[in-house]
Design a protein around this ligand. Structure first.
Ligand SMILES: NC(=O)c1ccc[n+]([C@@H]2O[C@H](COP(=O)([O-])OP(=O)(O)OC[C@H]3O[C@@H](n4cnc5c(N)ncnc54)[C@H](O)[C@@H]3O)[C@@H](O)[C@H]2O)c1
Length: 243
């Protein structure tokens, strides 16, 4: 339990596995009440974590899920938009309208839907922190995904900056992080071992990121230690962007 998170209410999307699961469990251990949103929330519930089944790409489902969180907890102090889909690398001319819409629907619209629900209460209370999980793909390009992934993650950065400016007068902080490769089911499901090893060897710090690396940064951005940071994109990639 830590003072900065005790009693706080956090909504984490994409909390069923990977980065979202790690962030949820760290926050719960630190004393926050965590609402763990996912298409497939973890079946075993841990202390302090309430699973919330919800498709973030569906605005009505998000409205209903947010209403249930507010009915249960009264407010939302923290929102982490981590739900995401990746794509396989392929030429842009082969990306169908459906594929494009599916990725945008989760990676961009999902964050928009949850911010729309969380912001009014945060602004009214003049307190709130939002962290959007973008990607290095949104800063430069994706090594292992298509243009729809890069475009969705770049759009999320633009959304983050604009909402940060709007929310700043009400003391609501909105930031994004841009991870390089991180060991999660998303990575192992989309990139084979040989390519992962080549990527590791080419990373200046000579390792792939861990969910722990990511959770440390996100908890910093949710804590009072980051009270003068908003509208930022924080790179976390083992030095990839030096190159
Ligand atoms: N793993 C990486 O190398 C990497 C790098 C940079 C950025 N990211 C981004 O970080 C975030 C977390 O990635 P991860 O590696 O932990 O992914 P992951 O695939 O391991 O976990 C993502 C979670 O999002 C959930 N999800 C997907 N669609 C959803 C929907 N419509 N509604 C609700 N939940 C949904 C999935 O069920 C899953 O539990 C993603 O946005 C991803 O794009 C990942």
């Amino acid at each position: 339990m830590t003072e900065e998170f005790a009693g706080k209410v956090a909504v984490i999307t994409g909390a069923g596995r990977g980065m979202g699961a790690e962030i949820s469990s760290r926050l719960a251990q630190a004393g926050a009440s965590v609402f763990a949103v996912d298409l497939e929330p973890a079946s075993e519930s841990a202390p302090g974590i309430v699973p919330v089944p919800c498709d973030v790409s569906d605005p009505r489902a998000v409205r209903a899920a947010a209403a249930s969180v507010l009915a249960d907890a009264g407010q939302i102090d923290f929102l982490v938009n981590g739900a995401g889909l990746v794509s396989v690398t392929r030429p842009v001319e082969t990306i169908s309208d459906d594929d494009w819409a599916r990725l945008m629907g989760v990676n961009v619209n999902g964050a928009l839907h949850w911010m729309r629900e969380a912001l009014p209460g945060m602004k009214a209370r003049r307190s709130g922190k939002i962290v959007n999980l973008s990607s290095r793909a949104g800063r430069t390009l994706a090594n292992f995904a298509g243009a729809h992934y890069s475009a969705s993650k770049a759009a999320l950065l633009g959304l983050t900056r604009q909402v940060a400016l709007e929310a700043a007068p009400d003391n609501v902080h909105v930031n994004a992080i841009a991870p390089g490769l991180v060991e999660t089911p998303m990575l192992s499901g989309s990139v084979d071992e040989r390519k992962r090893e080549a990527a590791r060897a080419a990373t200046p710090l000579r390792r792939i990121g861990t969910t722990s690396d990511i959770a440390e940064l996100v908890l910093f951005l949710l804590s009072p230690k980051s009270d003068y940071i908003t509208g930022a994109t924080v790179d976390i990639n083992g030095g990839d962007l030096i190159l």
